[in-house]
Design a protein around this ligand. Structure first.
Ligand code: NAD
Length: 437
């Protein structure tokens, strides 16, 4: 079995390293963030991901998973190097590839023996071939250093199960050797029947951004339907349910609400649009411009609705926000629609207090202007308006009658369309649900 290394121990890289070790590989993982490396080596996941920490500890104890900050060490250690560094949004929407270049520039000068670099980060089409030439020029091993692209589809909140049992494995390769090495790395999931799709580098890069563009389009589609429901008095919930029964459409990613956020979909949609613009593909540019605009419009809609329920202005009003993570079961607040709404209401003079089961430490660093409460009843104390922003299951279990006793006004906006509206109404609340009459 080839020995593997993982470069970058963020949400993707740490999960990948832990899961590869759990599949029986010897894995050495590297990051430039000393605190992250120290925590991970000590058995602490530097972020919240269900099931990850016990698996991290198990594989540390087995000795199969180790951590370092030395690129020379990872070059000596492994034959297959997985690249999992961030590719955040650049200034004009394009992907910022500086971390990809920095990591490869650090690794390449140490690569003397035949080796394979496997990109997992999400990148614009054409990146893999360009970086392959750059690495081969820098590496003493020259063309013995091969490059492949193996895009990652894991979902935060389900990252461990998605890594161990992905829907499919996509490989972009330029040589039989690269394919054989990756088949060996993924021997266990392949033996379990996980579909493998082998293709050229460019198509593999595109599979990832096309998948995210499709998911984002599906979410914006149902949110556009929510808007027409609001304008016409129809109800988006039974509409979505009825659409979802059509096997050609499907129910998943057809949930109306506040729209998508997080470290992937928004920036991937914008980066894909920037790539399409560079390539002169106007159809993709206009499609994704609309998808992004519909999505941003959901945040505007919630802010406007908050103003309406407050009689025209939220200035001086107490707003209680339930949830700040970009999605439940995660502490990730990158481009969180929930926090964007909170920050805008605070900027309009509202006194915003927030609660989240796990994401508050991250949010507090970024948004010190918000108040942070330890419980749902604390956050709602004296509130003029309650906003349900991230659909943690805990919030669906709230007793509306009990919460009524601590608020100043019984008004709630369910931006995720998943609370039991009848239960809240029966307890005396004025309930506003996006896309419902
Ligand atoms: P992240 O910010 O959580 O992690 C990136 C890590 O890379 C950080 O720990 C950072 O310190 C490290 N890093 C930066 N420069 C480095 C260098 N020169 N050498 C070594 N390490 C370095 O980001 P993430 O969410 O894990 O995303 C990583 C990539 O995976 C992105 O391209 C993203 O689009 C893609 N992706 C993410 C997910 C997800 O759910 N998070 C899913 C699929 C794909």
């Amino acid at each position: 079995m080839p020995r593997v290394t993982v470069i970058g121990t963020g949400y993707l890289g740490l999960t990948h390293a832990v899961c590869l070790a759990d599949l029986g590989h010897e894995v050495l993982a590297i990051d430039v963030d000393a605190e992250k490396v120290a925590k991970a080596a000590n058995g602490e996941a530097p972020f919240f991901e269900p099931g990850l920490e016990p698996l991290l500890r198990k594989n540390l104890e087995s000795g199969r998973l180790t951590f370092t900050m030395s690129f020379a060490e990872i070059a000596d250690f492994g034959e297959v190097h997985f690249l999992c560094v961030g590719t955040p949004q650049g200034e004009s929407g394009q992907a910022d590839l500086s971390y990809v270049h920095a990591a490869l520039d650090s690794l390449a000068p140490h690569l003397r023996a035949p080796s394979l670099i496997v990109g997992k980060s999400t990148v614009p089409v054409g990146t893999a071939r360009r970086v392959m030439h750059r690495v081969q020029a820098l590496a003493p091993g020259g063309r013995q250093v091969d490059l492949a692209w193996n895009p990652e589809f894991l979902r935060e909140g389900f990252a461990v199960q998605d890594s161990l049992r992905p829907d499919r494995i996509v490989l972009g390769v330029t040589s039989d050797r690269a394919e054989a090495l990756l088949r060996a790395v993924y021997a266990t999931p392949l033996a379990a029947g996980i579909p493998l799709l082998v293709m050229d580098l460019e198509t593999a890069e595109l599979v990832k951004v096309a998948a995210n563009a499709f998911l984002a389009t599906k979410i914006s589609f149902i949110n556009a339907m929510a808007e027409i429901c609001e304008a016409s008095g129809a109800d988006v919930i039974p509409l979505a349910e009825a659409l979802g029964y059509d096997a050609r459409i499907g129910r998943r990613y057809l949930s109306p609400g506040l729209g998508f956020g997080g470290g992937c979909l928004p920036k991937d949609v914008r980066a894909f649009r920037a790539t399409a613009a560079d390539l002169g593909v106007d159809s993709v540019v206009s499609l994704l411009t609309t998808v992004d605009a519909v999505n941003q419009g959901r945040r505007d809609r919630v802010v406007a609705l908050a103003r309406e329920t407050a009689g025209g202005s939220v200035a001086g009003k107490r707003v209680a926000a339930l949830g700040v993570a970009f999605k439940p079961n995660s502490d990730d607040i990158r481009d969180s629609a929930s926090l964007a709404v909170c920050a805008r209401l605070a900027a309009e003079g509202a006194i915003v207090s927030v609660h989240d089961p796990v994401a508050m430490p991250n949010a507090a660093k970024r948004y010190p202007e918000l108040g942070y409460a330890r419980s749902v009843s604390e956050v709602a104390q004296g509130a003029d308006l309650v906003l349900h922003l991230t659909e943690w299951s805990d919030y669906q279990a709230i007793d509306p009658a009990a919460l009524a006793r601590v608020v100043a006004r019984q008004v709630i906006i369910d931006t995720r369309c998943c609370l039991d509206a009848a239960l809240w109404s029966d307890a005396g609340w004025s309930v506003h649900v996006l896309g419902r009459p």
